[in-house]
Design a protein around this ligand. Sequence first.
Ligand SMILES: Nc1ncnc2c1ncn2[C@@H]1O[C@H](COP(=O)(O)OP(=O)(O)OP(=O)(O)O)[C@@H](O)[C@H]1O
Length: 496
Amino acid sequence: MSDSTPSSSLADRIGTKPLDPVSAPFAPSGASGSWADEVASPTVKATDNPLEKAQTDGAAEVNNGSGLHDAQYEVEVKLSDLQGDTSSPLYSVSSFEELGISPQILKGIYELNFRKPSKIQEKALPLLLANPPTNMIAQSQSGTGKTAAFVITILSRLDFTKPQQPQALILAPARELARQIESVVHDVGKYVEDLTIQPAVPGAVERNSKVASMVVVGTPGTVMDLIKRRQFDVSNMKVLCLDEADNMLDQQGLGDQCLRVKNMIPRVQQVLLFSATFPDQVMGFARDFCPKANEIKLKRDELTVSGITQMYMDCPSDAGKYDILADLYGLLTVGSSIIFCKRKDTASGIAERLTAAGHEVLAVHSAFDGAERDAIVKKFREGQGKVLITTNVLARGIDVSTVSMVINYDIPMKGRNDEEPDPETYLHRIGRTGRFGRVGVSISFVFDRRSYQALLSIAQHFGIDLVRLDKDDWDKTEQIVKRVIRSSRAGTNLQQ
Ligand SMILES: Nc1ncnc2c1ncn2[C@@H]1O[C@H](COP(=O)(O)OP(=O)(O)OP(=O)(O)O)[C@@H](O)[C@H]1O
């Protein structure tokens, strides 16, 4: 790639010709036209005054007091034939008490400071808890409380006369997420007497021991092996839940493993699929996996969390992204931040360079062993490290409320040769901030026509307004970012 001079902006370098997503040649430096012209598509706007935009996205949202940023999240509920009556009292509720869940579970929920259900909890729980149990495919924006929705369901369906028998299985794509879900089951179930919970992630179950807990949270490969080796008896399984279900069913390996696990369970009563994203191409498989399900689906333009101010930085070159990141370090540590790279070696490489430059950072990806991964993520959760450099292994589900900034060091791409932008991964990555009504910032690094076009296509896919940060005006960049992050630190849980 012949890069232009570091000082010219990407807009200049690209020029103003309509963007051909695949093959348009890199326009010569200094091509006529402005960046604003180029991005003035119906969905992507370069705001004239990004500070104003950041202020709007931050402060105004913080004050809405509704618990979720966009109180208008309209979920479209499609009931299956059995529960098709939208006027049924099961259709919607406005407090946890009205759901008829046990006082022990309610106590756990209140101890977590959950005062009111979120939209997805309000819409989904009556359907999830109704008898006879019905399958559910549920979609809701990142950080809106899907985990508690399926955990409450699972805890409500357990038979406490059988404490040694696995009755509910939750599958997640990564060990960190499985561990996190396990801790939510512990927390919500804190006052549920005799509750037993067990992880089924690599290294968690010894070869000669059995899985003998009511709720099991694991990753598909490990669970499959445990069932095959007869260490895990699934004959009494009542509920099977896939978190990040689109990812679990889409990926060649995971999809196959999930299907095999399901086929090894003789009579599951209820199958639950949860995710923030369900791209069209996965829905067919999802419906086969989870037949006759109630569906709670969102429209594509409802998927972004408005508390996240999404920005991008035009970097001089691929290699030059490191310098921009190093310059941003001070801002990364105002709150906590996660930097997403495509490759493990990139993640390790930038971690080493930042460390050598005297900065404190953590790095984690799938080349680390399980115990190391757990220890590093624990450190990050506890605030002992504020900057975490990682890969897509942590793109989904991870819930650390202090994360106020996400950096897309590489724009997420998919396909055999990374030929296509990956909008779903983008959405999940940026969703590591802005959790449950908090605000946050994402900065995506672009450096050439291809990366810019990929970001543009992602923005158009979801109807996102992107704010451009100017690498030549650090004062302004700092001002914008700090303002949003300050709001994020002030605006803890808005529901309370
Ligand atoms: N009703 C509630 N009231 C207050 N906080 C809540 C409530 N429900 C969930 N939360 C909190 O919101 C945060 C986000 O929840 P959760 O991790 O379940 O989101 P999610 O929808 O699964 O997100 P993702 O799509 O990223 O996996 C958690 O810290 C959780 O404790």
